[in-house]
Design a protein. Structure first.
Length: 406
């Protein structure tokens, strides 16, 4: 018997709680056997299965901390410290019998439906309340620590301070007076100490720390074990979506990452060339070999449009709704009243705040027991969301918004 469980039994006995209530719950959790018969059915195909083959511990872990495997995540069994036995029992009934989570949303089909007696449900609720809170980086008794990594943004030290202050204000507003299940959110420099997650500008940043980025870097994501996802699609993903958009308009296009890879026949037959690389010299070389009546597309995340002001044939693609972004930047500059904050600094701050919102949503859905591993899995799924693209034609003379699915 684990040492922590022995200590819990002694504590319960001292507090007048009978161990006879905890032990049956432990048997249900570990073995799927209760005082009464327990029935289990697979929700997706409505087939009866042996409850002993789908025991709680197999997916949620011995300490209830949750786990993720094969694209399926078993969340932590989150019990807020102020949740009483009745509330715990109600939550368990919703999850086991009705297939609903803490937030009322439907659970996935990987979670079986169980039918168990009221006595067994009470015993399981009592046992789950004894599970320890596993230690996690950046999770303290009354604080959740989130790192901020602004490397690669080009912000001045003054702008970085303003950005972090704005993000902290955003976090405080979202979390409210009680924080996230009683914990205040604290944003700090990523190098300061361990955090539950680091928000970074690029997925190439943050080294060995788990991080969620604003921008996905095609050159690092494939081998980055610490990347939990990104707010925006990678340039490769944007290029594929742009190609599909042009195809629906009846225009053929070719995606290339180097002018050297373009066959002469390709440049003369394709209606448009989509350059997914990040070298201005390569883009210039591509322009030189592409017929003058063909369009060439590049991406603002890879190459600055200012380098091609005199090349109206190049249409740049931004991974945002640019008009909405301009309005948001103007609003932030007016609200902040900070003379040292540039339009670029405001834009970076707004994008970091969007990434922070996603992190806060995931934290709020997990309750008091937060697993860094499960949080990273949640963020990976959240990053697979298409967002608007803006095509900037003729050096900014015309904007065309490509909405998801269009």
């Amino acid at each position: 018997m684990p040492g922590w469980f022995s200590r819990i039994l002694l504590c319960l006995a001292a507090c007048g709680v009978m161990a006879s209530t905890v032990l049956p719950g432990r048997q249900i959790y570990l073995e799927g056997r209760g005082r009464d018969a327990i029935e289990a059915r697979l929700r997706g195909i409505d087939v009866s299965v042996d409850a002993g083959s789908y025991v709680c511990v197999r997916c949620h872990g011995a300490d209830g901390g949750g786990a993720s495997e094969g694209g399926i995540t078993a969340p932590p069994l989150t019990i807020a410290r102020d949740m009483n036995v009745a509330d715990t029992r109600k939550w368990l009934h919703g999850a086991l019998v009705e297939g609903r989570g803490h937030d009322g949303r439907r659970l996935g089909d990987a979670m079986p439906a169980f039918r168990l007696s009221a006595a067994d449900l009470d015993a399981l609720a009592t046992y789950i309340r004894t599970l320890p809170y596993p230690a996690e980086p950046g999770i303290e008794e009354d604080e959740i620590l989130i790192g901020i990594d602004l490397a690669g943004t080009g912000l001045t030290p003054a702008e970085r301070s303003i950005a972090v202050a704005h993000l902290q204000k955003t976090a405080d507003t979202r979390a409210g007076a009680n924080g996230i299940f009683g914990r205040r959110l604290v944003l700090m420099d990523a190098a300061a100490k361990d955090q539950i997650i680091t928000l970074s500008w690029s997925s190439a940043a943050s080294g060995e720390r788990l991080h969620f980025a604003v921008r996905a870097d095609d050159r690092t994501d494939a081998r980055c074990d610490t990347c939990c996802g990104a707010l925006h699609e990678s340039v490769d993903g944007q290029a594929e979506r742009l190609k599909a958009f042009l195809q629906r308009q009846g225009r053929s296009s070719v995606i290339v990452d180097s002018a050297q890879n373009v066959h002469p026949a390709t440049s003369s037959t394709a209606a448009a060339m989509i350059y997914s690389g990040n070298a201005a010299a390569e883009l210039a070389a591509l322009l030189a070999i592409t017929p003058s009546d063909r369009d060439v597309y590049a991406f603002t995340e890879a190459i600055s449009p200012t380098q091609f002001r005199d090349a109206p044939r190049v249409a740049f693609v931004a991974s945002i709704d640019l008009q909405a972004q301009v309005e948001a930047v103007q609003s932030l500059l007016q609200q902040s009243n900070e003379t040292s904050l540039s339009a670029h600094g405001a834009s970076v701050t707004i994008e970091m705040a969007k990434a922070l919102d996603i992190v806060l949503d995931r934290l709020a859905s997990r309750g008091r027991r937060i697993s860094q591993y499960v949080l990273c899995s949640d963020l990976a799924r959240a990053s697979n969301v298409q967002r608007p693209l803006t095509i900037i034609h003729g050096g900014g003379q015309a904007l065309e918004v490509v909405k998801p699915g269009s």
